[in-house]
Design a protein around this ligand. Structure first.
Ligand code: HEM
Length: 268
């Protein structure tokens, strides 16, 4: 006969090795059950930081739409002359290195969830087609745009990291037009705006930002916000890129010449 104790109190599986003599932070790190959630949080956080950086970046780069001098001032600001007495382009390289590290971390964390091999890929596609659920398909758009970004964004980041002194109205316009970067920037702009807006939308859904008691209305509202966000940044980006192309074309026969503001004798 089975004793009651066998039914009511089955032995619990040992989920975690007992490590009482380790310091608290080592125990925290060793708690393997929590790592999937921690990595998920880190992926959300790195994505959010990258999205915020891109919003700010679009603002700085589009200052060319105000005037050449406005963009010149923004570029020099990031070289720290206002604080350190003279410009240090290495500061821009450091920021570009930090963004590259964040970008690689974000991509590495995202890769955990990619289908492994053809069988998993087929199972996912069959599941996606059967489900016909918009947000599941969006996850696939994220995988494809993220993959494309890994190649396109790293080229641009390497440029910014290795030639930080070549940022200015003429230098940037020369790179865009005479340096033939505009096709890459055009694709990068479209892909990054789609990826960024879907990413923010999924973050808002996942962490319950702007949520109410009606999940369907929340989804509709967030979808509208996502479209508005994409449209705004794509239009701003296209206008900005056309400004660099136009300036680059006009400046092509003086390629390499640096911009000098009318109001100061600083270098460009
Ligand atoms: C610290 C890192 C970065 C710096 C300093 C930087 C700086 C610049 C500058 C100065 C331009 C104007 C064109 C030129 O000079 O070549 C530009 C354009 C552009 N950048 Fe970046 N960038 C950085 C990171 C990124 C990242 C991570 C992305 C996207 C993943 C990105 C996307 C773009 C796009 C799409 C353009 C084209 C301009 C437009 O269409 O509005 N940038 N960036």
């Amino acid at each position: 006969m089975t004793r009651p104790a066998d039914i009511t109190a089955p032995a619990l599986p040992a989920t975690q090795p007992q490590t009482p003599c380790l310091p608290r932070w080592r125990r925290w790190l060793a708690d393997s059950r929590r790592w999937p959630a921690r990595l998920d949080l880190l992926q959300s956080l790195s994505g959010l930081l990258l999205a915020l950086f891109l919003i700010a970046h679009m603002g700085f780069v589009s200052s060319i739409l105000i005037s050449h001098e406005a963009f010149y001032r923004v570029a020099r600001f990031f070289e720290g002359a206002w604080l350190l007495g003279k410009p240090y382009p290495i500061l821009v390289s450091l920021v570009a290195a930090g963004i590259t590290a964040l970008f690689v971390l974000h991509a590495w964390l995202a890769m955990r969830k990619f289908p492994e091999g053809f069988r998993q890929y087929r199972a996912f596609v069959a599941h996606k087609n059967r489900l016909r659920h918009g947000d599941t398909s969006l996850w696939w758009v994220q995988v494809l745009t993220g993959f494309a970004l890994f190649f396109m964004a790293t080229i641009h980041l390497y440029d910014m990291l290795s030639q930080p002194e070549l940022i200015g109205p003429y230098a940037s316009a020369d790179r865009v037009w005479s340096g033939s970067m505009w096709p890459l920037y055009l694709m990068l702009l479209l892909v990054v705006e789609v990826h960024g807006s879907i990413g923010l939308y999924r973050l808002a859904l996942k962490w319950g930002w702007l949520s109410s008691d009606d999940p369907h209305a929340d989804r509709r509202r967030l979808r509208r916000l996502r479209h508005a966000f994409s449209a705004f940044f794509i239009v701003l980006g296209l206008l900005t890129l056309s400004a660099y192309v136009e300036l680059g074309r006009a400046h092509a026969d003086r390629q390499g010449e640096r911009y000098h503001p009318a109001t100061a004798s600083e270098r460009s």
